[in-house]
Design a binder for this molecule. Structure first.
Ligand code: WTA
Length: 650
């Protein structure tokens, strides 16, 4: 981390908006002044301007019982109506909502009118299957239009979706279904990834095999057409949609009605079900999508490359863009299929104007070389966004120069599953950008950097990133666990109204914010959050393993990589080679959690470095994994352990 900080300290380049861009900026400086003058009034105005309220709210925020917030509490709205019907009623039904491209190359252009019609039918199917307001529905789908239709249909009937990333294993699926007591699962036969069919329904079947869940039906989208086992509870999506009425009137729901649960890794082994509600969440998603990306819905073609299984896909594929009536690209597959220029080809083909992606993707393309994007016409791009992990200045500059033709501003956006929407970002027509910095809180959001005692660190110093005032898109809790919600985010400084994000940050001399990565045991691999504890418990669940410690080690492309140190039970060491053991354990983790959690390296060691109180010192293991000289070992119970580990690795 210190090398990275030195690097950032030396970064002094500045890129002001061009006069042409600034002159036409969607965001105006008044956003900042209005929000500073009256933060709650500002959000109330945004909520009224950006959304349709079936019943207008009169109260903006109830913060009398922190950390439990209520925004726009007495207002009523329907999220799907806001994302669909109202655009059609305003005469924009013919505007393309989705340019979908399957990995094998099929395409669909779906207008707002068509999307609305499909969501209405899907909503009727949900009602037919007995799904009512407040019920939880799990969604396990590839990046196909039906994924968005499913989310919006669930929202339309006031139910709660729990989208599970298509790469998760049956065990992870069943843990999520059980935690939320889901009554229905929406999946597909399969999806296309890297030129192959990846099966999805079999994973759901396995997840439900114990027969102990509340799931009554599994609704299956036919995507790939491969054979699937069929159970009594299974129904084909297309048959059900054809069997119901085409009309469906969206009913209003209270602004604090739950919208979704999304599971994310924390510092313990059990993923947390982050709960979001409707009115505040949609306000922030729409506001940030409009102002951070300088959106002009009539002319822009927007593309966010995130999967809907992550929060970025929720807020900036489904809700923000559709609430704003934007036209967007939705791509099913991987960036390098069937050729390494696929993304750039799509940008050329659809004349994409706004691209939102992750540093890990940018670094992968950097490694492949600029000659690949340079084969395509990327001149339509006018705003570039980054999200998911700190972006190093080199990647930021490459993104700006090679992809943005040295003219498109890059906005680095910091936020989390928990924050619901973007919290820190430049606004491209207003802010002079700095390579590698997220820079400034968005209007209406209050951020500070504090030391361990809760004191402001002052310019030029690093500390812990904190949100100091409630914000509309904030998580409303952890599903079923209010105590964990309080402990995890609101207990750090003894002030129940300060939100601790788990990230380190530095304020530069001008007061701009630079993100420095997680300060807890959460890793960030290719922009995906993984918990050291979760992978450790998976490793020790294998019969060969006696003990395991996992660290996130710096990685040039993925930001961090999962590295595990494992003690193997004596009886297994005789007849199996270390390489075979490591391969077995890597496969085991992939099978238990999902391929994204598979350790890059597994080192078989005899001991692990522990303090006298028995806590594993991951800091030292990180030193080893990153090839650094090993730091201070004086608090170790046995100071020779590190010597023995280093020897193992030679
Ligand atoms: C990290 C993704 C630096 C951070 C939207 C945060 C970032 C975690 C940035 C949340 C950024 C996200 N710069 N770090 N621009 N954006 N992060 O919940 O550590 O998947 O706490 O949400 O990603 O990850 P999550």
């Amino acid at each position: 981390m210190s090398v990275q900080i030195d690097h950032l300290l030396n970064e002094t380049r500045h890129f002001p908006p061009t006069p042409e861009f600034a002159a036409q900026s969607v965001a105006t400086p008044e956003l900042y002044t209005d929000a500073a003058a009256d933060r709650l009034g500002f959000w109330a105005n945004q909520a009224r301007e950006l959304l349709h309220w079936h019943k207008p709210f009169t109260k903006t925020l109830d913060w009398t019982n922190p950390p439990f917030a209520k925004w726009f509490e007495d207002g009523e709205l329907n999220v799907a109506y806001n994302c669909l019907d109202r655009h059609v009623l305003a005469g924009n039904g013919d505007r393309v909502a989705l340019y979908w491209e399957g990995e094998p190359g099929e395409t669909r252009a779906i207008t707002y009118a068509e999307l609305t019609a499909e969501v209405k039918r899907a909503a009727n199917v949900l009602t037919k299957l007995g799904v009512t307001a407040g019920d939880r529905v799990a969604v396990y789908l590839p990046m196909i239009p039906e994924a968005i239709v499913a989310m919006l249909a669930i929202a339309r009937v006031g139910a709660v979706h729990s989208v599970i990333f298509g790469g998760f294993s049956p065990e992870s699926i069943s843990a999520r279904i059980d935690d939320a007591d889901a009554v229905l699962v929406i999946t597909a036969d399969g999806g296309y990834r890297k030129g192959k069919v990846s099966a999805l329904k079999p994973a759901v079947d396995e997840a439900l095999s114990s027969g102990e869940s509340y799931v009554r039906n599994v609704l299956v989208v036919k995507r790939t057409g491969q054979d699937v086992d069929w159970n009594e509870r299974d129904l084909w999506w297309h048959e059900e949609l054809a069997s119901v009425d085409a009309e469906h009137e969206a009913q209003p729901f209270a602004a604090e009605n739950p919208l979704f649960i999304l599971y994310t890794s924390g510092t313990t082994g059990k993923p947390k079900g982050i709960l979001h509600t409707t009115g505040g969440y949609l306000t922030q998603a729409a506001f940030t999508h409009k102002n951070v990306f300088d959106l002009r819905p009539e002319t822009d073609v927007y593309w966010c490359t995130a999967d809907i299984g992550w929060i970025t896909g929720h807020s900036y594929v489904t809700y923000g863009p559709l609430a704003n009536g934007a036209t967007q690209v939705l791509y099913e597959g991987t960036p390098d299929t069937p050729h390494p220029g696929r993304w750039w080809e799509l940008i050329e083909k659809y004349k994409v104007t706004i691209l939102y992606t992750a540093p890990t993707a940018i670094r992968t393309f950097m490694k492949l070389g600029r000659q690949i994007p340079q084969k395509f016409d990327l001149s339509s791009l006018r705003v570039l966004g980054s999200v998911g992990e700190p972006i190093n200045p080199e990647a930021w500059m490459w993104y700006r120069e090679v992809i943005g033709g040295n003219k498109a501003p890059v906005v680095d956006t910091w936020w989390q599953t928990e924050t619901g929407g973007i919290m820190i970002s430049a606004l491209p027509g207003l802010t002079t950008t700095k390579p590698g910095a997220a820079q400034v809180p968005i209007p209406g959001v209050s951020i500070d950097v504090l030391d361990d005692d809760g004191k402001h660190v002052g310019h030029g110093n690093g500390g812990l990133l904190v949100v100091t005032e409630p914000w509309p898109g904030m998580l409303r809790g952890i599903w079923g666990d209010p105590e964990r919600f309080k402990e995890t985010y609101w207990d750090k400084f003894g002030n129940k109204a300060l939100y601790f994000a788990g990230d380190g940050a530095r304020l530069d001399e001008e007061g701009d914010i630079w993100l420095l990565g997680r300060v807890d045991d959460v890793m960030n691999v290719s922009g995906h959050r993984l918990s050291t504890a979760e992978i450790e418990s998976s490793l020790v669940a294998h019969p060969m393993t006696a003990e395991a410690a996992v660290v996130g080690a710096s990685d040039e492309v993925t930001g961090q990589a999962v590295v595990a140190f494992v003690i193997i039970k004596f009886s297994h060491l005789d007849d199996t080679s270390h390489a075979d053991i490591a391969a077995t354990l890597r496969a085991h983790v992939a099978q238990q959690i999902g391929a994204i959690a598979r350790p890059k390296h597994i080192f078989i060691v005899k001991e692990l470095p522990k303090t006298r109180s028995g806590k594993i010192m991951r800091r030292l293991l990180r030193d080893v994994a990153e090839g650094r000289e090993i730091g201070d070992v004086t608090t170790l119970a046995d100071t020779m352990v590190m010597q023995s580990i280093s020897n193992t690795m030679k």
